[in-house]
Design a protein around this ligand. Structure first.
Ligand code: RIB
Ligand code: CA
Length: 318
């Protein structure tokens, strides 16, 4: 029988909100998840890999391979975001070590191989610094023939950055990589802080999950407790506001789930790599350079619909 599910690679740096996103994708049953490709990001590559394996174990999906990728950005020293995710990247949840092991091969070469082998172009959901995808483009400059789009949680256009005044973490963590991907010819769906800031998870949004006893709901509730404890805190105000918390990657995953929840604009987009604005996404809304639009910029969202669906799928999908 024909498999109508969308072939998908998730490039990730798990991460509390990465886990909340990956569980959603798996719960929905709508995607043929070819691999998790792991990058440096919220914490170091080794930790992120352990976390990816842990969450596949909790979801009962040992069949999905986990490939390790870049330990560091292409040209710069690594930055990280323990302040937002805890020292283990999972909200200091002290989860047991996974039994699963990463699969053989580097994430970048596996992205190329998987994309080429797929009967239909693959979608890449990129919810961490985008180094692995950029390396895949460098390995196969024609990757655009095999990838229909990269949905990227990155960028800050009409809102401030969350790591520098103008940049979001996933872009400033490797601006050169982001520039390579934006210039690769692969359509980029930019679901950045303009959207994430419209996603407020209130404590009540987790009530239904707390009523369901499964390894996944327990996993999420445990991690989210870390964020809920930060509410109103100054140190982590980009992830915990006065009455709600952010799960930024869930915003990008919402586009994968249902683009109809979003308002978008097709624009020419690029990434600044120099000076103190390195990591800024530069969108040419007036198309001053008269180029073919390469970025689908998400500017508005029905976040209530998305959060409702997220909760429903997680409560019923495992
Ligand atoms: O914003 C900091 C980090 O948290 C990013 O990797 C983002 O994807 C989220 O996981
Ligand atoms: Ca992430």
């Amino acid at each position: 029988m024909e498999d109508n599910r969308t072939p998908l690679i998730i490039d990730t740096d798990p991460g509390i909100d990465d886990a909340a996103s990956i569980f959603w994708v798996l719960a929905s049953g709508r995607f043929d998840v070819k691999a998790l490709t792991v990058t440096h990001g919220n914490v170091g590559l080794e930790r992120c890999t352990i976390n990816a394996l842990r969450l596949l174990e909790a979801a009962g999906r040992p069949d999905i391979p986990v490939y390790q990728g870049a330990k560091a950005p292409i040209l710069r020293p690594r930055i990280s975001a323990e302040f937002a995710h805890g020292t283990d990247g999972m909200g200091d949840s002290e989860m047991p070590m996974p039994q699963l092991q990463p699969a053989e091969g580097h994430a970048a070469s596996r992205i190329v191989e998987i994309a080429k082998a797929s009967a239909r172009p693959v979608t890449i959901l990129a919810i961490g610094p985008i180094t692995n995808v950029a390396l895949a483009v460098l390995l196969e400059p024609d990757l655009k023939r095999y990838v229909d789009r990269v949905i990227f949680m990155g960028g800050a256009v009409r809102v401030p950055g969350n790591f520098t005044p103008v940049a979001s973490f996933n872009v400033v963590a490797d601006p050169e990589a982001a520039q390579i991907v934006y210039q690769s010819g692969i359509p980029v769906v930019q679901v950045g802080l303009d959207i994430c800031n419209q996603f407020s998870f209130r404590p009540a949004d987790f009530d239904a999950l707390q009523q369901v006893d499964s390894p996944v709901t327990r996993f999420i509730c445990q991690m989210v407790q870390f964020r809920l404890r930060q509410i109103g805190g100054v140190a982590a105000e980009s992830v915990a506001r006065s009455d709600s918390i952010a799960l930024n990657d869930v915003a990008a995953t919402s586009y994968l789930m249902n683009p109809d929840w979003f308002t978008t604009e097709m624009v020419v987009g690029d990434v600044e790599t120099a000076g103190r604005c390195a990591g800024q996404t530069v969108l040419d809304f007036a198309n001053r350079e008269n180029r073919e639009p390469n970025v689908c910029f998400a500017s508005g969202v029905d976040s209530h619909a998305a959060i409702r669906q997220w909760s429903w799928d997680l409560c019923h999908g495992f």
